[in-house]
Design a protein around this ligand. Structure first.
Ligand SMILES: [Zn+2]
Length: 294
């Protein structure tokens, strides 16, 4: 089943809802960055958070969701577009600890302090806002972010469930946000047990997809928009070549003299772009220092 975000409107209460299922996207991110279990689980939550926030954006815009913390995980960076394209990385891919259950389960990995920072593209202008982590639990800290920074009444819930031997068995999330003139008391009510209801609905559904999850959480509410989501990156060999060439003639010469070839690994998707000796020679020629080739 392909990953997607679906959006709907609760007309009685003027609340908008986004529901995301990102199981394949999270697994893809894990493969690309070779993530150990705890890193993979945190990254899955980060992807959910980023995708849900991007679903609130208009048109071709994107958001960056960044978490920095003082625990071994150190943080993550997610770049999510309103069209469903998403990429990112975890600062420490190797966190493999078994996390205890309960509200403190992420403290061992995230530590005791840090912040969430969001960069939003609003009609071509960029807005950055940061809040300190208070819960050391991503969904709760996103709720805190919306409350203190965005000041738009919002509730987020995330779940990453094991299935068989797969850590990323089921990866899903939901965001409910007040529109102007919304029934804020209704949002409060929904928010109270949103996480439990999400968890139970995701565990219960035989075929988990975003539409089915929306129907389970909000029966009878029609889906207005469905956006496929995939882990994808805009990097390319051409950009990698340009990055090296931009180092300048002396640096490229130094690579030729000392290494003979090099590679540029994309931080966002882990792709290794190989730069060969002939590539470097071509650069030096363009930079005005042609080489005598042997
Ligand atoms: Zn890339």
């Amino acid at each position: 089943m392909a990953d997607a975000i679906v959006r709907a409107l609760l007309e009685d209460s003027n609340l908008k809802v986004s529901v995301a299922v990102l199981t394949e996207t999270a697994r893809d991110g894990r493969r690309k960055h070779h993530l150990k279990a705890a890193s993979a689980s945190l990254f899955a939550q980060g992807l959910l958070g980023g995708a849900l926030m991007a679903s609130l954006q208009k048109g071709e815009t994107r958001i960056n969701l960044q978490l920095e913390c003082d625990g071994p995980m150190r943080g993550f960076f997610v770049d999510a577009a309103a069209n469903g394209d998403i990429r990112g990385y975890v600062k420490n891919p190797d966190v493999d600890m078994v996390l205890s259950q309960g509200v403190f389960q992420w403290r061992a990995a995230l530590g005791n302090s840090g912040f969430i920072s969001v960069l939003r593209d609003v009609g071509g202008e960029y807005y950055r806002s940061s809040v300190e982590l208070v819960s050391m639990r991503l969904a709760d800290d996103l709720n805190h972010y919306f409350k203190t920074s965005d000041q738009v009444a919002t509730r987020v819930a995330l779940t990453v469930q094991h299935e068989g031997g797969e850590d990323l068995g089921r990866v899903a999330g939901v965001l409910v946000q007040a529109m102007p003139d919304a029934d804020v008391a209704a949002l409060e009510r929904i928010g109270r047990d949103l996480e439990t209801r999400l968890h139970d609905a995701v565990a219960k559904l035989e075929q988990l997809d975003a539409r089915a999850l929306m129907a389970e959480l909000f029966p009878g509410v029609p889906v207005l928009i469905e956006t496929p989501v995939r882990f994808t990156c805009a990097c390319s060999r051409e950009r990698a070549l340009a990055t090296v060439e931009n180092l300048g003639v002396d640096e490229v010469q130094h690579i030729v003299d000392t290494l003979g070839s090099t590679a540029v690994t994309c931080q966002f998707c882990g792709t290794k772009h190989e730069i060969s000796l002939p590539d470097l020679w071509a650069m030096l020629e363009r930079l005005g220092r042609p080489q005598t080739k042997h």
